[in-house]
Design a protein around this ligand. Structure first.
Ligand code: G3P
Ligand code: CA
Length: 231
């Protein structure tokens, strides 16, 4: 079972920052998950719509200029990174799951992934694009078939795996609260991987591996990786 660091090693460092990402790589995470949004025509790596929870700023991310965003500090004095800075930091050392928080960020994000493959040492197979906007994924796959796509859901529609397969996804990313054996079987029969968010407790990590889950998203990758090591 693969371990993806959720927003980097965000249990130990400010989420979605370069220090959290570098730490996840040091922990030997199989992959890193980040969130992207467009602000002032830049692809910013940031989860919330609003600035106040994770920075010393207020207001909405999308209303700020790039210069204003660069002056904000997250915990530990880290800046909000751009997607290009994150890609330049990772340089193909692990997989990267980019979650598109809205539709407008999609084109600039996929162009950045193209640059990462051309210039920064990534193989296309290392890059996973996920979103709650499933129709968007299907459109992106038409123009960028070389990347992996994952349908992200908070609830579980009855035909989730069937739909994800039909639009060309290689995986579904689901809330751990909605996981069940039938869904795992259905997804696997259709050739889809099942990755689960967000899993921080060691007992849950071990149980999910036994259940046949292919990957987890965790805020504590070091804890999960240690739990999965053979004795
Ligand atoms: O990609 C899995 C998970 O990150 C989705 O939820 O709110 O943490 O972005 P959220
Ligand atoms: Ca996310």
């Amino acid at each position: 079972m693969q371990v993806f660091a959720h927003r980097g090693a965000s249990g130990d460092h400010p989420e979605n920052t370069l220090v959290a990402i570098e730490r996840a790589i040091q922990f030997d995470a199989d992959g890193i998950e980040i969130d992207v949004q467009l602000a002032d025509d830049q692809v910013m790596v940031f989860h919330d719509r609003w600035l106040h929870r994770t920075t010393n700023g207020i207001g909405r991310l999308r209303d700020a200029s790039f210069e204003q965003l660069r002056q904000l500090k997250t915990g530990g004095d880290q800046q909000i990174p751009t997607l290009l800075e994150v890609l330049d930091c990772i340089r193909g050392r692990c997989q990267l799951n980019v979650e598109l928080k809205h539709k407008e960020v999609a084109g600039p994000t996929l162009n950045a992934l193209d640059f990462a493959v051309a210039q920064l040492g990534f193989a296309p197979e290392q890059l996973i694009v996920s979103s709650f906007h499933h129709r968007l994924l299907s459109e992106l796959r038409y123009n960028w078939p070389q990347y992996n796509y994952a349908g992200l859901t908070a609830s579980v529609p009855l035909d989730l795996a069937e739909f994800a397969q039909r639009i060309g996804c290689s995986a579904i990313h689901i809330d751990v609260a909605n996981l069940d054996d039938d869904l795992i079987d259905d997804a696997h029969r259709r050739g889809l991987q099942v990755r689960v968010y967000t899993v921080d407790e060691v007992d849950d990590v071990i149980a999910l591996q036994a259940q046949g889950v292919d990957g987890i998203f965790t805020n504590f990758p070091s804890r999960a990786i240690a739990a999965l090591k053979p004795i």
